[in-house]
Design a protein around this ligand. Structure first.
Ligand code: CTP
Length: 398
């Protein structure tokens, strides 16, 4: 996600500095090249040795030392983004006033790249008028300020002031500064997860879909610049990016309504949800009691969302379905694509070991009017999603 990006991380003196280690790990894992500058006081909170080991570069602290002078101008010009996390109350005040008494402040004042900060302080400091004034000044200076979280604070108090979690900082960073533009201006609908069809007030018919594939697709579309609406059945997941419009539904009928409402405005729709094909003819109003005879459930078909959207598709709309097949996979998937008027269908085969429901990996084949368009071997669902989205980008820009 951050392949080739250069991130300058500033760490100031706050208990939250221990989270910087996790942030560095996430940045490096996402492909970024990371350099760290600390204020001298931050050394008491986190070890420069750990940070230099993780980044593979010396941690910079002093403006001048026995090895010479640190060129702060170079650092601010080298970076694609300067992130200061945690930002203490003291360093916030210095930034707001342009005070330059350490390397981190000198680098901030000479940075030509965008800057974002993740404040961390106690509730009383966070609520103080001077903090509010200083944050407003930073905002006016074009600095992006991560919201603080509410929770237990180092002082033992409970309230706002906790630094955002490293994952939240990473996602905000990507979302704000590193989205691509191959789908800029395009709107995309994604369905994800299972649907639950109620039997009575306490029971339902469901399936094992985790929603991972659909969430990964929504995130991949978003990272390419699309405006994304994700309609999901019951899952424990939340999208990584707050900018993804999330609609939570329970039943196939609710999913149908939610998709139908927005589809007319969409350029792309990817229907990856494992929608129940049947629902109860009548949902029992009261809990069904055990009886001496074995019960029979009377089921009726749900509406097929993909088939409905396929039938109402206008020129310029690109619709992708999913197919789960156990025999004659390619032939059946292609038939399904034609029957539901989808532009492409992503075939999951149950024969593929390690792929599918509940797994974090998948192996799929994309079929379109020309036959097999792309085979994606067993890789993480994130990579599968990126490749499906690349395929869609190539089709809609063809
Ligand atoms: N789908 C849908 N609405 C339904 C059922 C399925 O939108 N009520 C979509 C799925 O999201 C998927 C595609 O249709 O994109 C294929 O679903 P699948 O269950 O594989 O196929 P079915 O059409 O249900 O046929 P079968 O179960 O007989 O293979």
């Amino acid at each position: 996600m951050l392949q080739g990006k250069k991130i300058l991380l500033g760490i100031t003196a706050s208990i939250a500095a221990y989270k910087s280690i996790l942030l560095v790990r996430l940045l490096v894992k996402a492909g970024a090249e990371v350099r760290v500058i600390m204020t001298p006081a931050a050394k008491d909170f986190v070890s420069p040795l750990v940070l230099s080991t993780l980044t593979n570069h010396p941690v910079l602290i002093e403006l001048a030392g026995t090895e010479g002078w640190s060129n702060h101008v170079e650092l601010g010009r080298w970076a694609d983004l300067f992130v200061i996390a945690p930002l203490s109350c003291n360093s916030l005040a210095k930034m707001a006033n342009g005070q330059c008494d350490n390397l981190l402040m000198a680098s901030y004042l000479s940075a030509t790249c965008p800057v974002m900060v993740a404040p961390a302080m106690d509730e009383d400091m966070w609520q103080h008028n001077s903090t509010k004034r200083n944050l407003q000044t930073l905002h006016n200076d074009g600095i992006y300020i991560m919201p603080v979280e509410t929770g237990e604070l180092a002082s033992g108090l409970f309230g706002p002031g906790r630094m955002a979690e490293p994952e939240t900082i990473l996602h905000a960073m990507i979302s704000r500064f590193f989205r691509k533009d191959s789908l800029k201006g395009k709107r995309a609908l994604v369905t994800a997860g299972p649907t639950f069809e109620a039997i009575d007030p306490v029971r339902f018919i469901g399936n094992h879909s985790s929603g991972q594939m659909g969430f990964a697709l929504a995130e991949a579309l978003y990272l390419q610049g699309a405006d994304v609406v994700l309609v999901t059945g019951p899952t424990a997941l939340t999208p990584a990016f707050a900018g993804i419009g999330l609609v939570r539904v329970v039943s196939a009928a609710e999913m149908f309504e939610a998709c139908n409402r927005v589809f007319g405005n969409m350029d792309i729709a990817i229907l990856s949800a494992a929608v129940a094909d049947y629902k109860m003819q009548h949902i029992a109003e009261q809990k069904i009691k055990k009886a001496n005879t074995d019960p029979t459930l009377q089921l009726v078909k749900t509406k097929d969302i993909l088939a409905h959207l396929g039938a109402s598709k206008k020129p310029g709309q690109f619709v992708v379905g999913f197919a789960l097949e156990t025999e004659n996979e390619l032939e059946n998937a292609q038939k399904k694509r034609l029957a539901k008027n989808a532009d492409a269908i992503v075939l999951n085969s149950l024969k593929d070991q390690g792929a599918g429901f509940g797994s974090s990996e998948n192996q799929v084949t994309i079929l379109d009017q020309d036959g097999i368009a792309l085979f994606i071997p067993l890789v993480s669902k994130t990579i599968v999603a990126e490749q499906i989205v690349s395929y869609i980008v190539s089709k809609i820009h063809a």
